[in-house]
Design a protein around this ligand. Structure first.
Ligand code: SF4
Length: 325
């Protein structure tokens, strides 16, 4: 069921979040039809996307006739500075819960807490750990809050009511099926959350792209199940394997990030993937071990020889939607 939108109502601004994935692409196209192109499209660059994804997003307007997507980036300079001041103050050593050792404080301060300009890395350095599946603060801090603080809240402050469009489908998970199609934002006055794809199937998403002649992000055509960060903390075993096979530089990036976050963490332990990612792991598993596991068959012991076969990219399974390049 869709609700009619009031096109041209002066005090309403429609804001569509775009990630480069198929569901947000369908949401953009739906907004294009139903607001006659009168909407703002936003993409939060986490610093962890494949360049192909950013290119896809930045050219969406050329391929559809819709508005150009504004690419925004969160900045964690203030959080890193706050952490530095906290360590310098001595409060980290004297607190009763999870105190730091004086030696560790000195090591972290000597290493430095300078911003790199890579939002994902700076966020994790400011916290001293990576996000986990049950605490995906990356999505919250890098996407939701940056959309809100950089674009949506200023609109609300100027007197607009914001409709925030999100590409969530009920069939994706039982949890997502519980979301209403629209609701007043629970924490932001002046904003309505709108999820136009709630009743959509994957076939509907593909059909919408087809109708507009818009090809999906080419990463789907390389076999990826999901498009977003590369890798995402929630990447499937198959997607981790594909990242390692097709884009080894992305594994090298995570290896460096693990070193950086470990260097400024209290316990000197930090891994990009949560230990639950690799079944049976007794502790935190670093990226190289996760990649090794991704090449195993079910159970994680026996290596899948097919994974090592010299397949070309075109041999890797092609996304079922059939719209891939
Ligand atoms: S790592 Fe995954 S959950 Fe986190 S911001 Fe990136 S895509 Fe979202």
């Amino acid at each position: 069921m869709n609700i009619p939108l009031i096109v041209g109502r002066e005090n309403v601004k429609h804001v569509v979040s775009v990630s480069g994935g198929k569901d947000s692409g369908a949401t953009y196209l739906e907004a294009l039809e139903r607001t006659e192109g009168d909407f703002i499209a936003l993409c939060a660059d986490t610093g962890n996307e494949h360049p192909e994804t950013l290119e896809y997003v930045s050219r969406l307007h050329e391929r559809t006739g819709g508005p150009k997507v504004q690419i925004i980036k969160a900045d964690f300079t203030a959080q890193l500075e706050r952490k530095k001041r906290f360590l310098e103050s001595g409060k980290a050593v004297s607190r009763t819960k999870n105190p730091w050792s004086p030696a560790r404080v000195d090591q972290v301060l000597a290493h430095g807490l300078k911003p790199t300009g890579i939002p994902f890395l700076d966020l994790c350095c400011s916290k001293g750990f990576f996000p986990a599946r049950n605490s995906a603060f990356c999505s919250q801090s890098l996407k939701r809050l940056s959309n809100l603080s950089l674009v949506q809240q200023p609109l609300i402050d100027s007197g607009f009511h914001v409709w925030s469009w999100q590409g969530i489908r009920a069939e994706e998970s039982a949890k997502r099926a519980c979301y209403p199609m629209w609701e007043p934002s629970p924490d932001t006055e002046g904003m309505t959350i709108y999820r136009p794809l709630m009743g959509w199937t994957l076939a509907d998403v593909i059909a919408k792209h087809k109708h507009h002649g818009l090809k999906l992000n080419p990463l789907y055509g390389m076999g990826f199940e999901r498009v977003g960060c590369l890798p995402c903390i929630n990447s499937s075993k198959k997607d981790i394997r594909l990242v390692a096979k097709l884009f080894p530089w992305a594994i090298e990036k995570i290896r460096q990030w693990e070193n950086e976050v470990r260097a400024v963490s209290r316990l000197q332990v930090s891994t990009f993937f949560h230990q639950d990612t690799t079944p049976g792991a007794s502790g935190p598993t670093q990226i190289d071990e996760v990649v090794r596991w991704s090449r195993t068959r079910h159970g994680g012991k026996q290596y899948d020889l097919l994974v090592y076969a010299d397949q070309s990219i075109s041999d890797v399974c092609i996304y079922a939607g059939g719209l891939c390049e």
